[in-house]
Design a protein around this ligand. Structure first.
Ligand code: PMP
Length: 355
């Protein structure tokens, strides 16, 4: 007998590499290539004057952040939950809502953290195969379950499910909580957020990490009925009530981002334009590119192996994402960077494909 026999064994989620070297083109973790809204810098400067606040514990409800979100999305505060990135929000949601003997359903190809949380929390789950074209068949979600999780748009496929189909999944599962993970929704597709008034089993999760360029600030949000939000808070506060740092640290930055609507639209549009161009260029080079509603592309080359292209790019300090998993090990996931970064990618790809 050893302490090791009493230790929870988990295989952690493996995030994309964060290389230390300066001169790299990093297209592997779906970060936004543009800085956050300029007002964020002013907010952080103000924080320096207010540094003594660190002495105190923060407001567990992150009230001013929630109020700013409430105003921006025109949703009452008791419909809003905030966490340390959407990973924290999702993990807390798994723990809160998936307490059934029935399996939680999610696609076989989706954000791989879902499986890790289910394993970590010992939640029974069943993966549902996407169709051959990587789209969702909504009928697959009309079986008994202990919950449903859909990333929409999906990752790493970049494909978006239309809002009517999303609503059908929610309405046919009224006895389970349905989580719609909208990490990439601002780059395409229609949000399920307005449906929270109609379905009390719906939780919509969003993040400041992608369209708002604030992955490092770790701000995730969930929207749902007051009951669902109250349940989520009860579990969250039963683990650690102080996970969010002081409002003055996050709120200034988050509010500055929310307030600057034109900067937001401008950077999202730039990424969408670069995405259109990238789809064209990669298709010309012999890639089959799925239609993306996100800030990344999921592409397969007609003749060259994904792993060889991945390694060839890496040798040139260009990082994209390769998943050594069944059904998708012939694909690469490429985050949309700046036009300059994408030019470096195209030149490197041309060289690798012509070797
Ligand atoms: N959901 C999906 C589908 C994602 O791709 C990511 C980013 N890896 C997240 C959630 C988590 O993002 P964050 O914790 O930065 O909000």
């Amino acid at each position: 007998m050893s302490w090791k026999d009493n230790t929870r064994k988990v295989t952690p989620y493996v995030p994309g590499e964060q290389p230390k070297a300066g001169d790299v083109v990093k297209l592997n973790t779906n970060e936004n290539p543009y800085p956050p809204a300029p007002g964020v810098a002013d907010a952080l400067r103000k924080l320096a004057d207010d540094y003594a606040i660190m002495r105190k514990y923060p407001d567990t409800n992150a009230t001013s952040l929630v109020d700013a979100l409430s105003e921006f999305y025109n949703v009452p505060s008791d419909n809003i939950f905030v966490g340390v990135g959407s990973d924290d929000v999702l993990a807390m949601s798994f723990l809160t809502f998936f307490d059934s003997d029935r399996p939680v359903l999610f696609p076989d190809i989706t954000y791989s953290f879902y499986e890790v949380w289910a394993e970590t929390f010992r939640i029974p789950y069943k993966t549902v195969a996407l169709k051959d074209d990587f789209t969702i068949d909504i009928k697959d979600y009309e079986q008994l379950n202990g919950g449903v999780v859909i990333a929409n748009p999906n990752a790493p496929t970049s494909i978006c499910l239309d809002i009517d189909s999303v609503e059908k999944i929610i309405s046919s599962n009224k006895d389970s909580v349905v989580i719609i993970d909208e990490a990439y929704i601002d780059f395409g597709g229609v949000s399920a957020l307005p449906l929270i008034d109609k379905y009390d089993n719906l939780l919509v999760v969003q993040t400041f990490s992608k369209s708002r360029s604030m992955a490092g600030a770790r701000i995730g949000v969930a929207f749902g009925s007051p009951d669902i939000i109250a349940s989520l808070k009860a579990v969250k506060f039963s683990i650690n009530s102080y996970t969010m740092s002081h409002d003055s640290i996050r709120i200034g930055a988050a509010a500055a981002s929310l307030n600057d609507r034109s900067y937001f639209t401008e950077t999202v549009d730039r990424i969408i334009n670069t995405r259109t161009e990238a789809t064209r260029r990669l298709t010309e080079m012999g890639f089959e590119v799925l239609e993306s509603s996100t800030n990344f592309l999921f592409a397969k080359h007609k003749t060259h192996k994904a792993v060889d292209i991945f390694n060839g790019l890496r040798d040139q300090n260009i990082y994209v994402r390769y998943f050594d998993k069944p059904r998708i090990n012939d694909h690469l996931r490429i985050t949309i960077g700046t036009p300059e970064e994408m030019d470096k990618l195209y030149s490197a790809l041309e060289e690798i494909l012509n070797r």
